[in-house]
Design a protein around this ligand. Structure first.
Ligand code: PMP
Ligand code: GLN
Length: 379
């Protein structure tokens, strides 16, 4: 068989989780919460499983969930997405991203992707015959070089994929970044695919600014979100896509033949749970405390902590401590010390040597403290 993705192997998340399991290591690698979702949400799921919500949901998603998403988006972004024509429930953000990219990209189209990049964007672009064009974020994660982005736009550029808060860096885009993006997208007539799965995890008083909140962007953007991050339910694979009606109509043509519709009872459970904004608005404070606790636990090791402005990841540089490649070090720490992390080079298409590890702090406090103690022995 001639591979359609010749350069793709098993994802780094699968690899590092397997290695962590093999060595009984603390898994601060793959990004998922160690704790369970709220009992109230479990009871809602149970209620809908037991009350007959077990057949196909409508193709675009259960209407009460689309309505709840419309309400929460209006509160946060002042953009009024129509639940019937502009909101689609997907199998996680992964499906939303894949379908949005498939909707837009034709063979030969170029798509701008920021590196380091979450691993699902590039294969989706390539499967549609598109060409990813990379813009590298500065290694200190401080700012976006808009000159460099503009320099990559050609007449073949069709779309740009953004991600804020950003995985793996934890960078949160500023209002100025989104304004730059809006100007560029308009000038060059680009479609924007905005991955906002960490929308409710922002730190130190920062605000998540959705592409939906800028009218000129909202008209050309697929906003992809996920309840996995927001409600500690990554295993439910429940996400959504917001886009203007003309884009949504094309998006649904692909969604209907990829999955048709997604898990029904959980859609009703999440719809009801969303009626209480505190359920998601408390998430930033919850994770900010964990970020600080983890940073305290690793402070004497000598790592340089990169800014974690949002998401549940802390990146550390060890360039001044060791010459090892990040893949070698991540594997060695898993095997020898019992703490698994993700080598950030995995988020780049080419070879890099930034000597940076990503730790996920969506873990119990005692796991984070224990990881700090173990990592100290690695000195
Ligand atoms: N985008 C980013 C940046 C992510 O970190 C994740 C998480 N795993 C996803 C998309 C996929 O989300 P989901 O699990 O809802 O498919
Ligand atoms: N988004 C998660 C991470 O960045 C992993 C999801 C997955 O395993 N595909 O770690």
């Amino acid at each position: 068989l001639r591979s359609k993705l010749p350069n793709v192997g098993t994802t780094i998340f699968t690899k590092m989780s397997a290695l962590a399991e093999e060595h009984q290591a603390l898994n601060l690698a793959q990004g998922f919460p160690e704790f369970d979702c709220a009992p109230a949400l479990q009871r809602l799921a149970d209620k809908y499983v037991k009350s007959g919500k077990n057949q196909y949901a409508p193709m675009p998603g259960a209407l009460p969930l689309r309505e709840a998403i419309a309400r929460k988006t209006f509160e946060s972004s002042a953009r009024d997405y129509h639940p019937v024509t502009e909101i689609t429930i997907t199998s996680g953000a992964t499906e939303a991203l894949f379908v949005a990219i498939s909707t837009v990209v034709h063979p030969g189209d170029e798509v701008i992707v920021f590196e380091p990049a979450y691993d699902s964007y590039v294969p989706a672009i390539e499967l549609s015959g598109g060409i990813p064009v990379f813009v590298t974020l500065d290694p200190q994660y401080e700012s976006i070089d808009w000159q460099a982005v503009r320099a990559r736009v050609t007449e073949k550029t069709r779309a740009i994929v953004i991600n804020t808060p950003h995985n793996p860096t934890g960078k949160v885009w500023t209002a100025a970044d989104l304004q730059q993006l809006a100007a560029l997208a308009e000038e060059s007539d680009l479609i924007v695919i905005s991955d906002e799965v960490y929308e409710y995890i922002v730190f130190d008083g920062r605000e998540h600014i959705s592409a939906a909140s800028l009218p000129s962007l909202a008209g050309r953007t697929f906003v992809c979100g996920s309840f996995g991050k927001t409600f500690h339910t990554t295993g439910w694979k429940l996400g959504f896509c917001l886009a203007p009606a003309h884009l949504t109509a094309e998006f649904r043509k692909i969604h209907q033949f990829l999955v048709f519709s997604v898990v029904t009872p959980f859609q009703f459970a999440v719809a009801e749970y969303l009626s209480e904004p505190e359920h998601y608005l408390s998430l930033s404070a919850f994770y900010e405390r964990k970020r600080d606790l983890f940073n305290d636990a690793i402070q004497d090791i000598g790592f340089t902590l990169k800014p974690s402005e949002g998401s549940f990841f802390q990146n550390v540089s060890y360039a001044h401590l060791s010459d090892e490649k990040d893949t070698t070090l991540a594997e060695r720490l898993t095997r020898e010390i019992g703490v698994a992390s993700i080598p950030v080079s995995a988020f780049y298409a080419g070879e890099t040597d930034y000597k940076t590890l990503r730790f996920c702090f969506a873990k119990h406090d005692n796991t984070l403290e224990k990881a700090g103690k173990l990592l100290k022995q690695a000195r």
